[in-house]
Write a protein that binds this ligand. Sequence first.
Ligand code: BGC
Length: 682
Amino acid sequence: MKMMQTEIKKGMNEEEIDLFVKEALTELNLKEKVHLMSGNGFIKYIFIDRGLFKRAIPSGGVDRLGIPTFRFTDGPRGVIIPGSTCFPVSMARAATWDINLEEQVGNVIGKEVRAHGGNLFGGVCINILRHPAGGRAQESYGEDPFLLGEFGAALVRGVQQNNVMATIKHFAVNDQENARFKINVELDERTLREVYLPHFKRCVEEGCATVMSAYNKVRGEYCGHNSYLLRRILKDEWGFKGFVHSDWFRGLRDTLKGINGGLDVEMPRAKYYGKKLLKLVKSEQVPIDLIDDAARRIIRTTLKFTTKNDPIEYVKSMIGCKEHVSVARNVAEKSMVLLKNEDLILPLDIKKLKKLAVIGRLADLNNTGDHGSSNVRQDNIITPLRGIKDLMDSQIEIVYQDGVDLHTTINCVKDANAVVIVVGCSYKDEGEYIKLINITMGGDRDNLGLRNQDIQLINSVSEVNENVIVILIGGSAIMMEEWKNNVKGIIMAWYSGMEGGKALADILFGNINPSGKLPFTIPKDPVHLPYFDKNADEIEYGYYHGYTLFEKENIEPAFPFGFGLSYTSFLYENLQVNSNDNEIISSVEVKNTGIHKGDEIVQLYIGFENSEIDRPIKLLKGFSRVSLEPNETKKVTLKVKKSNLAWYNPQSKKWEIENIMYSVYIGGSSEVKDLLKDNLEF
Ligand code: BGC
């Protein structure tokens, strides 16, 4: 064995790593390089160690040169390995609009990945919510590319603070589930660049280590073979220096197409790479340069993370520890969205409350989200019923019915002072689509409203009790027109993680003032949504969806993007808009005009007044979360880079900034009546 002149050691800088990699590429034989390019621990882990989901799965690595393995585990609602902290799903986290908190979530996840022995987190899911039926909506951060980019970047930052490689997925245009292995998405260049890719670019700029290619096809080519996406855009245009790995099992289907397309690693085992790849290189059908480029990316990225000095020591006792669980609770508290509060039914006044009825098949169910690859194995879940009982049992009478028998339920709620009905979705209605011999889990939603049985329950209970509050569980928009007007309160509570029940109880009884805002639009009627076919072989995605579509077509939604009520009220005044060469700088004064302390999410949208091209009415370009005591006023300043206002000109193939009148809107939701407006020309 030839000795390497450069050695792997802690604290290596990038130059030293590059030197090592250069030398390693001359030292490694072809078989070793190809070995780096596929997952290799998986089969052993399932069949010998019976360890699927129980620990991180090692891949890559060459012992002879001390090149470490990368050890994969999944997310995003925490680390999927048993005992980890189970957070609210990403969609709930987006509803906090709190990127510092998301970074904290990432930091906890990073610590737990390390404590479990992993060093690669495959759970930064940033696919856009194009349509609420999309099965994996809960794993992502909503319908807006800017919000998605900021949240993805925050999660990447937090995870990577612990020298864990973060994977962003699924690259790209992966927005529906049942047909994920076969669907071909057609879209024009502007739509691709402006709607489906900006959030990926944002995370690459943040320094994410790895990218997972998607299963679906884009413009006729599987994403794992797609050189336009992987080589041209990701690696060449954006300068991504990390490695690309496939989604599992069916993310790669052809050796030559994969390697030519720019896929560096096949996961989780060598089916098309490994021996087949070796053969193609030996027969000179694949140039060695392509192998060297992939090997360089893999060794370089792995070393960059594994040689960095750790900020702390990672020990098993960190996993699911008190401090981490309290972050999950904080997120749950900030994520719930108060959608309706007629007659100020909430917060419940315990002085007037003797008997509270808690109803519904989801009220006492461990229901933290899908049962696919994002399932965090955590047994200690506080359900809504348990949260309410733990907080209130000694003070009021609490009765519970699952609502299946309507007659018993009606009798039970008749004399209650208020009724909390918990309904919505579970892993049976939505999530990663998994079809094994006899079971089907998850998939795209068939029904965008509640089940008939739940609607009947709400409407029947409302007939005998006028103080009904509906708690919705789910990962995206739930339609409410059949029952919305019959109830006084509605809270979107999401899949709210292991502490969700506590957070919900605190909100119901006013210990916490709700502050979440919707990261998507809730329609009144599904006909207002873009075309969706869960079994499609081919589909065309247009430029507009979500609030940009509703605004362009002047359709009133049931609840607009960015909407959420509070127990207090906020007044916006004194909008000021200035600009310099690079930025628009806007400020506004926000005052808490109610009697409760509260958090407001200040949103900034930019409109394109006299554009000559087809542009959205307005786009989210900034936001900030602010805490205010009653009567307190704070000045909030939001900056928008002018480069963020560019559009992609498919003719010139360039991002261009128009010289037009831009409107700056600031306020508490995307709805015009909630926004102050000023104009700016440049
Ligand atoms: C999912 C990925 C996941 C992978 C490994 C796939 O089925 O699409 O999101 O990371 O499994 O768990």
